[in-house]
Ligand binder design. Structure first.
Ligand SMILES: NC(=O)c1ccc[n+]([C@@H]2O[C@H](COP(=O)([O-])OP(=O)(O)OC[C@H]3O[C@@H](n4cnc5c(N)ncnc54)[C@H](O)[C@@H]3O)[C@@H](O)[C@H]2O)c1
Length: 337
C-alpha cells in the first residue's frame, strides 16, 4: 500500500498542470483557486512586481520573469505543464501613455518571449488575458467580438499586438489560443480568501470602498455624460466569473477547440453613481465623493455582449448585479484594510 505522502505525490502527478504567468495577481490568483477546484494543478510564475506571494495558495510558486527565457525554460522543465494561462502584464492605461516603452517591453516583448518558450517546449495551448481596451471608442453597443479594434492608448495596443501575434503563431506553429477580452474586473473571492490589491489602485470599486472606509475621497470623472444620471456607464464583471470562464476555456482547448477571441462581460452597464450606491448599501456608510471633469478618452457608455462565451463554453456570470459584486469586495476590504 502506498504511504499517504506517495499517494498525494501520485495524485499531483495525475493532475493536469497549468503554467499560470502572473498567477500572484488579482485575476490570476482567483483563477488558480478555480483551477485547483476543477482538478488542475496551477504552477505560478510571477516576478512579484505587482503580485502577492500570499495569494499563491493552490500550487507551486516560481519567481521569474516572462521576459527571461532561462526562467521560462527552468520552470517548464521542472513542472512539465500541459497548458498555459497568461495574465502577466502591466495594466495602467495612464502610465502606458506616459511610459509606453515599459508597456511595449513587458506586454509585447515579454509575451513573445513566452510564446517562443512554448514553441521550444511543444506547448500549444494558451489562454490569454486581453482587454476591452483593444476596442477603443466604439460606435455601437453592446460590443461584440466583431466590433473593430482601434485602441486609443498604448496599453490597449500592446494587447492587440499579442492578439495578432497569437493568430500568426497559430497559423505558423499550431498554437491554439482562447483570448479573453475582459471588461471591468471587480469583486473578490466570495469565501474571503482573495481580494483586489493593486498598488497603486486605479479601479473604481476599491477606490469607492476605501473612501467609504475613511481613506480618501472618491473622484467621479464626469457628471455631464449623456447617460440617465450623468455619470459614465461600465460593465463590471466579477473576478470569480472570469476565473470560471478560464477553466471552461481549458476544457474547450483540451477538447480540440480552435483559436477564438471572447468577450467576458455581463451584458449590462452600471453607472458610477449606481456603483457608489451599491458601496454605500454594502458598508452602510456614505462614500465621500468629489465630482471632477471627464478624463480624455473615457467613453460615456461601455458594455459588451457575453453571447459568444455562453455559446462556446456554457458560461454565464453568477454575479449578476452590482450589489452582489460590490458585497464581495466590501467584505474583503473590511477584513483586510
Ligand atoms: N483588472 C482588470 O480589470 C483587467 C481588465 C482587462 C484586462 N486585464 C488584464 O488581465 C491581466 C491580469 O490583470 P490583473 O488585474 O490581475 O493584474 P495584476 O497586476 O494584479 O496581475 C498581473 C501579475 O503579473 C505579474 N507580472 C507582470 N509582469 C510580469 C513579468 N514580466 N513576469 C512575470 N510576472 C509579471 C505581476 O507581478 C502581477 O502579479 C493583465 O494582463 C491585465 O492587462 C485586466
Amino acid at each position: 500500500m502506498l504511504a499517504q505522502e506517495d499517494m498525494h505525490e501520485k495524485h499531483i502527478d495525475y493532475m493536469k498542470r497549468v503554467l499560470v504567468l502572473g498567477g500572484a495577481g488579482f485575476i490570476g490568483s482567483h483563477t488558480c483557486k478555480a483551477l485547483k477546484q476543477a482538478g488542475y494543478l496551477p504552477v505560478v510564475l510571477d516576478n512579484l512586481v505587482y503580485g502577492h506571494i500570499d495569494a499563491v495558495k493552490w500550487g507551486p510558486f516560481e519567481k521569474g520573469d516572462i521576459s527571461n527565457p532561462v526562467d521560462l525554460d527552468r520552470v517548464i522543465e521542472k513542472h512539465r505543464p500541459e497548458l498555459v494561462m497568461h495574465f502577466a502584464a502591466f495594466g495602467y492605461v495612464g502610465e502606458s501613455v506616459q511610459e509606453p516603452s515599459k508597456y511595449y517591453q513587458n506586454n509585447i516583448c515579454g509575451s513573445i518571449c513566452l510564446l517562443d518558450a512554448m514553441r521550444r517546449h511543444g506547448l500549444d495551448r494558451i489562454v490569454f488575458s486581453s482587454s476591452c481596451a483593444t476596442y477603443g471608442e466604439v460606435s455601437s453597443l453592446p460590443i461584440t467580438e466583431a466590433c473593430p479594434q482601434l485602441p486609443v492608448n498604448p496599453y490597449g495596443f500592446t494587447k492587440l499586438v499579442i492578439e495578432r501575434a497569437l493568430a500568426d503563431y497559430g497559423a505558423a506553429y499550431g498554437i491554439r489560443a482562447v483570448t479573453f477580452r475582459y471588461f471591468n474586473a471587480a469583486g473578490a473571492d466570495p469565501d474571503g480568501e482573495l481580494g483586489e490589491r493593486h498598488d497603486p489602485e486605479t479601479h473604481a470599486i476599491p477606490l469607492a470602498i476605501r473612501a467609504a472606509l475613511g481613506r480618501g475621497v472618491f473622484k467621479v470623472f464626469g457628471a455631464d455624460y449623456p447617460t440617465p444620471d450623468g455619470t459614465a456607464i461600465r460593465d463590471f464583471i466579477h473576478v470569480s466569473d472570469l476565473a470560471d470562464a478560464h477553466v471552461r476555456a481549458l476544457a474547450y482547448l483540451i477538447a480540440g477547440g480552435t483559436s477564438i477571441a471572447v468577450n467576458l462581460a455581463t451584458g449590462s452597464g452600471t453607472s458610477v453613481k449606481e456603483m457608489i450606491g451599491a458601496v454605500e448599501r454594502a458598508l452602510s456608510r456614505p462614500v465621500p465623493a468629489e465630482y471632477v471633469s471627464r478624463r480624455v478618452g473615457d467613453p460615456p457608455v461601455l458594455f459588451a455582449s457575453p453571447a459568444r462565451a455562453h455559446e462556446l463554453f456554457g458560461w454565464k456570470p453568477r454575479f449578476k448585479t452590482i450589489d452582489e459584486i460590490v458585497a464581495t469586495a466590501a467584505n474583503w476590504f473590511e477584513r483586510h484594510e
